[in-house]
Design a protein around this ligand. Structure first.
Ligand code: NAP
Length: 237
């Protein structure tokens, strides 16, 4: 039987690569996007991947993706909680609106998607959930307090649900990337990137493929759960 996956935030960057890679393996993918309609349409046209517009920071839209997927494919085997936004601000400048936007987009989305999807997984007695967190959730990042909190929260979600859902044969893991070459880092100058590379033992920035390879492995595996796997070139050890 073909597996069915939902990937949130799949129009660009890491999520896009994960969606393409899963589809290449014959997995039926529902690739979620929010604002990047053109990029999402390209996924559909070039790679024949099903796309679904939804703002995953909102409960009613989360419900819509899950209902759509179940109506069309009848089941869900894999959930990749990838949608996310970053922000760099001093704590004294951060507003309550910043807090709501980051927490809802990065953390509530993962919680709400998981809560909906795991109902089907529990019935099926199988499932694989992967949360794309960040090294900053492990170490904390200066001027990225809210972002770091959301990513630490995702890792806590991973660990709690690995315990709760393990008996239902549902594995829950986090992948915590270091710096990966996507739009999220486009504000950095070339000079700044070169400086960052010098702090990384492997002396390079990661590629989206470095993350999708780990996703493939976690899907194939059947004895890894509750782990935070950090793919970061040795930046954080
Ligand atoms: P990106 O290139 O900026 O892509 C972000 C994706 O998230 C886009 O597809 C965007 O969709 C989607 N998204 C944002 N808000 C959304 C919402 N409310 N509803 C649905 N989709 C939404 O970022 P990326 O680097 O690929 O990051 C992917 C994940 O990896 C994020 O969770 C990020 O925190 C994490 N991460 C990235 C790095 C890095 O260095 N790049 C490092 C550690 C962790 P639209 O454009 O369609 O709105």
């Amino acid at each position: 039987m073909e597996k069915v996956a939902i990937v949130t935030g799949a129009s660009r960057g890491i999520g896009r690569e994960i969606a393409k890679e899963l589809a290449k393996q014959g997995i039926k993918v529902v690739a979620n996007y929010n604002k990047s309609e053109e990029k999402a349409k390209e996924l559909k046209e070039k790679f024949n991947i099903d796309i679904f517009k939804a703002d995953v920071s909102k409960h009613e839209e989360v419900k819509k993706i899950v209902d759509y997927t179940l109506e069309k494919y009848k089941t869900i085997d894999i959930l990749i909680n990838n949608a996310g936004i970053a922000q760099s601000k001093l704590i004294i400048d951060v507003t309550d609106d910043d807090w709501k936007r980051l927490v809802n987009t990065n953390l509530y989305s993962a919680f709400a998607m998981t809560r909906e999807v795991c109902k089907t997984m529990i019935n099926n007695k199988k499932g694989c959930i992967i949360n794309i967190s960040s090294i900053w959730g492990i170490t904390g990042a200066s001027m990225e307090t809210i972002y770091s909190i959301t990513k630490a929260g995702m890792d806590a979600l991973t660990k709690s649900l690995a315990k709760e859902l393990g008996p239902s044969n549902i594995r829950v893991n986090s992948i915590a990337p270091g710096m990966i070459n996507t739009d999220m880092n486009k504000e950095w100058t070339q000079e700044e990137i070169e400086e960052i590379k010098q702090e990384i033992p492997l002396e390079k920035i990661g590629k989206v493929e470095d993350i999708s390879k780990c996703v493939n492995w976690l899907i194939e595996d059947n004895y890894t759960t509750g782990q935070v796997i950090s793919i970061n070139g040795g930046w954080v050890i």
